[in-house]
Design a protein around this ligand. Structure first.
Ligand code: 6PG
Length: 236
């Protein structure tokens, strides 16, 4: 696990966009494809906007989501819908494996698990992601794995109902079973409001129920925390 501290979210987003492009190039050269699981929330939006300007062989990049809110695509709470405008429409990709958020959560979770199985790599029934992007809420959640939720989850996807800020409550999330098989996992965390939780997650005692972000422990991959100075002010 490593921590990269940036002056602010602009510097973090630019660096992450360049690192994304480099990793995609390496993955495509080695395996002919780059499988990425995207995060929702506000933090990564600057990264997504900057990524559209990077030179990447998008035809070999496959996009998934670590979680999605179960609202129609044109709802402002739908991450895919927001990204379509700031990113996908600019790069013209078709390799989009979105959560069918218009379905009931349980059906959407089942359908998403089937989508994952379509690019599965033995011995799993889901792909080994080349990159997973994650955020962290000020309550220590990540994706749609919230405090107090079931820690041991055997399925690849789950339907979740959770209330966080003013965001849609019904969601589908990938589970640590999938996340932790990734080659690279990047947490993007910014803002002073997350500093205490970030210290507890990274430096504090393990408490997987209280701090779901601690459930992210790559089995055979790299975990990088990309944070700004404000979020990291309590770490040293
Ligand atoms: C979502 C995300 C969620 C997000 C955190 C942080 O769909 O909302 O997957 O886990 O990453 O809530 O959100 P911010 O970046 O907006 O602080």
């Amino acid at each position: 696990m490593s921590i990269k501290i940036f002056k602010d979210s602009d510097e973090l987003s630019q660096s992450a966009a360049e690192a994304f492009a480099a990793l995609a190039k390496q993955s495509i050269a080695e395996r002919g494809r780059f499988l990425v699981s995207l995060s929702g929330g506000s933090t990564p939006m600057k990264l997504y906007a900057r990524l559209a300007n990077e030179k990447v062989d998008w035809a070999h990049v496959h996009f998934f989501w670590g979680d999605e809110r179960c609202v129609p695509v044109d709802d402002p709470g739908n991450t895919f819908g927001v990204m379509r405008e700031i990113f996908f429409d600019k790069i013209g990709t078709t390799n989009i494996h979105r959560v069918e958020s218009e379905l009931e959560p349980a059906s959407a979770a089942q359908a998403y698990a089937h989508t994952l199985s379509g690019l599965a790599e033995a011995p799993f029934d889901f792909p080994r992601f080349d990159l997973v992007l994650l955020g962290m809420g000020d309550d220590g959640h990540t994706a749609s794995l919230f405090p107090g939720s079931q820690v041991e989850i055997d399925s690849a996807t789950i339907a979740v109902t959770a209330h966080y800020q003013d965001r849609p409550a019904n969601r589908v999330s990938l589970t640590p079973k999938v996340f932790n098989q990734a080659r690279e996992i990047w947490f993007l965390v910014t803002g002073a409001g997350k500093a205490e939780t970030l210290r507890n997650v990274i430096k504090g005692e393990r408490n997987l129920e209280l701090y779901p972000a601690q459930r992210i422990q790559p089995v055979n991959g790299n975990l990088i925390w990309m944070i700004d100075e404000a979020a990291g002010r309590l770490l040293n």
